[in-house]
Each structure stands twice: as C-alpha cells, then as structure tokens.
Ligand binder design. Structure first.
Ligand code: NDP
Ligand code: GDR
Length: 355
C-alpha cells in the first residue's frame, strides 16, 4: 500500500541502500534510487526488490547517475520531487581514499554539495528533507571517549576530510536556507551485505572459506584497532527516524561498546570450530589454530593505513532520548550472523564451481 511519500536514495546498491530500501518500501514509500553504470552486475543486494518498470505505478525505480555529475543529480531530483533524500552514495573505503583522494573528495564532499544545491535551485527547500551519511571517522584522532555529537572532529584520512566538508555543508544549508537537513554520525555497522573488503566481512568470509577448504590463510592489517560495531538493519531505521522529526539535527548512532579487530577475528574462527591462539607480536603476529597448529591468520603491512583511527566508541544517548532509537544486536551476535551467511554463500559457490 502506498503512503504517497517518495524517497530518493543515492548509493542504493550499497549495504545501507539495500536495507533502507526494504524499510521504506515496507512503510509504503515509493523509492527511487541512483545507481552507477557498471560493466559488471552491481545490483545484487537489491535484486529481490526489483520491479518490472512496465508494471502500473512501480514503487521501486532505479535511475542511472553519479555523485560527480551535477546535471544528472539535478535532473533526477527534479523528476522524482522527493519528500526525502537519503545521501548514502560515497567512495566509502577509508584505505582506498588514500589511493584516490581527489575522486573521494569529488564524490563524497562535492557530491553532497551538488545534491544540496539541487534542492536549493529547484526550490524544494520547503518540501524535501535531507539525510547525510556522516561518519564516526570524523572523530579520527581520539579527543574524547565515548564520542558524542559535541566531541571535536579530527579527520585522519581523505575519506574523513571529505565527509567533514559534507557534514558542515549540511549544517550550513540547514542554517542558511532552512533546509530540513540532518547528519547521521554513524559508527561502523555491518551485516551479511557488508562489502567484502571491509574488515568484518573479510574476516567472516575468510573463516567460512578456510573452514570449507577454499582458502588457506587470512591476511590482515592492524589487529589493535577498536571499533563500535552494530547491525546495519538497525542503523537505517535511525536514518528514517531523523527525517520524521519536526526539526533537523545531527545524531550519533552507535552501540556504546568497542571491540578489538583481533577479538572479532577470534570469535569468527571460534564459530567455525577453528579456535585461534595468538603468537608473536606486531607484524610478526600470527593466529594459529589451537587444534591443528596451522597458521590461519597473518599480518600483512600492506593493509596498514598511513594514519589510523585507533579507537571508536560512540554515545547514542541523544538518538535514544530524542528519536527513541534503540540498537539490539551485539557485536558477537552480528559476527555469528555474518559467519552463518558466509558459510552458506561459500558452500553455494563451491557447489557451482564443481558443476
Ligand atoms: P557501500 O560502500 O556499501 O555503498 C556505497 C554506495 O555508493 C554504493 O551504492 C556505490 O555504488 C555508491 N557510489 C559510490 N561512488 C558513487 C558515485 N560516484 N556516484 C554514485 N554512487 C556512488 O557503503 P555503505 O552502504 O556501508 O555506507 C553507506 C554510506 O554511509 C556511505 O556514504 C558511507 O561512507 C557511510 N557510512 C557507512 C558506515 C558503515 O559502517 N557502513 C558508517 C558511517 C558512514 P556501487 O555499488 O556501484 O559501488
Ligand atoms: P573503517 O572500516 O575504516 O572503520 O570504515 P574497515 O572495516 O575498513 O576497517 C576497520 C578497522 O580494521 C582495520 N583492519 C582492516 N581493515 C580492512 N578493511 N582490511 C584489513 O585487512 C584490515 N586489517 C585491519 C582497519 O585498519 C581499521 O582500523 C568503515 C567504512 O564503512 C566507512 O565508510 C565508515 O565511515 C566507517 O566504517 C565508520
């Protein structure tokens, strides 16, 4: 059943785009999404939501576009006249941003400005509410723990610096032009849909592949980083809640618990019954299977970052008190869900390659 509300999601093919699409469709929204042209299939996360565009009044519609193309963004916003825009599109990989700093700034920083300008130019400021995918990476070098909305920012990567620009443009368009624009300062959130090069998914996929005999070893970078990991499905609900408020504002979404990368690794391998013992230290540290003595995890300095964010732990009190937002999934349950799904996925791939 349609509520008559229309949302436009940039980054609809990503992890959060897929969960947010499901949520908004379940609430009766018509959902428009911007996807990039790609030479390979990039819509696997939203395939189950796809609707034949020839059906009468489809409620899930994709448009080609790119955050680096302002004419495209203005046209899509004009055509769709959204009540809500969720700006999730980004070059979202912190390590990759050191390799592609200019592109990251173009897509993540100026891309956000382009969308805000589209709202202004098209005089949609009274109609269209705006959500910006801001990030705990803004906190960077630790200034205060736990990190909250008032904690000073200290970005430590081209990605974080680009997102800092976007953060302040959102605040500026709210204050200068009265746009209902909110920053969700989201701490790391994961799921079985997480991209395979982010550390949690890299770990759970490797644990499954090693268990099933498809991979020998997992190479990782900094095992001593600490992250506040929650479940993506719960975080997209918080995004929607922010846009249902009478007043736009900025909110931290986090669990309030932090975990070492090495503990996430140990949990994932324990779940596939390959319990690890850590031996050595620094770049020589290894994770050895306590049962077989086989080395399953090694440190590879190529995954170290020029500047690292050592500790993230968020305080979600404001979101809890003002939005009524709650998170439910703890990091170990999240890890278990991801391992379970990766065991199924890897086994399926194994069967396909054997056929
Ligand atoms: P993903 O990397 O899974 O998805 C990013 C999306 O952006 C994909 O749909 C991607 O398209 C699209 N995209 C990338 N570059 C462009 C571009 N130039 N033009 C148009 N689309 C583009 O990220 P998540 O879903 O995990 O995160 C969503 C947003 O939230 C991102 O902005 C991220 O920076 C931010 N964020 C994420 C957190 C997390 O822990 N997941 C925490 C805090 C913030 P394609 O599929 O074609 O690559
Ligand atoms: P992050 O997530 O940088 O926090 O950004 P990522 O999972 O990439 O890294 C988390 C921590 O793990 C360490 N690490 C490794 N990381 C990766 N990717 N690969 C490795 O092999 C590896 N080994 C150790 C990293 O050094 C880091 O400390 C994510 C993204 O989703 C951003 O878009 C988002 O803004 C932030 O979370 C909040």
């Amino acid at each position: 059943m349609s509520t008559g509300k229309t949302a436009l999601i940039t980054g609809i093919t990503g992890q959060d785009g897929a969960y947010l699409s499901e949520l908004l469709l379940s609430k009766g929204y018509t959902v428009h999404g911007i996807k990039r042209r790609s030479s390979s299939f990039n819509t696997s996360r939203i395939e189950h939501l796809y609707q034949d565009p020839h059906v009468e009044e489809p409620r899930f519609i994709l448009h080609y576009g790119d955050m680096t193309d302002s004419t495209n963004l203005i046209r899509v916003v004009q055509e769709t006249q959204p009540d809500e825009i969720y700006n999730l599109a980004a070059q979202s990989h912190v390590a990759v941003s050191f390799e592609t700093p200019e592109y990251t700034a173009n897509a993540d920083a100026v891309g956000t400005l382009r969308l805000l300008e589209a709202i202004r130019l098209l005089k949609l400021g009274d109609r269209t509410r705006f959500y910006q995918a801001s990030t705990s990476e803004l906190y960077g070098l630790v200034q205060e723990v736990p990190q909250r909305e008032t904690t000073p920012f200290y970005p430590r990567s081209p990605y974080a610096a680009a997102k800092l620009y976007a953060y302040w443009m959102v605040v500026n368009y709210r204050e200068a032009y009265g746009v209902h624009a909110s920053n969700g300062i989201l701490f790391n959130h994961e799921s079985p849909l997480r991209g395979e090069t982010f550390v949690t998914r890299k770990i759970t996929r490797a644990a499954a592949a090693i268990k099933l005999g498809l991979q020998d070893k997992l190479y990782l970078g900094n095992l001593d980083a600490r992250r506040d990991w929650g479940h993506a499905r719960e975080y997209v609900r918080g995004m929607w809640m922010m846009l249902q408020q009478d007043w736009a504002d900025d909110y931290v979404l986090a669990t309030g618990e932090t975990t070492l990368v090495r503990d996430f690794v140990a949990k994932a391998f324990e779940l596939v019954e390959l319990p690890l013992e850590w031996r050595g230290s620094g770049v020589a540290e290894t994770g050895v299977c306590a049962r077989t003595g086989q080395t399953l995890v090694e440190v590879d300095p190529r995954y170290f970052r020029p500047t690292e964010v050592d500790l993230l732990i968020g305080d979600p009190s404001k979101a809890r008190e003002r939005l009524g937002w709650e998170h439910g999934t703890k990091w170990d349950a999240l890890c278990a869900e991801m391992v379970r799904e990766d065991l199924i996925a890897v086994a399926r791939e194994q069967r396909c390659s054997a056929e």
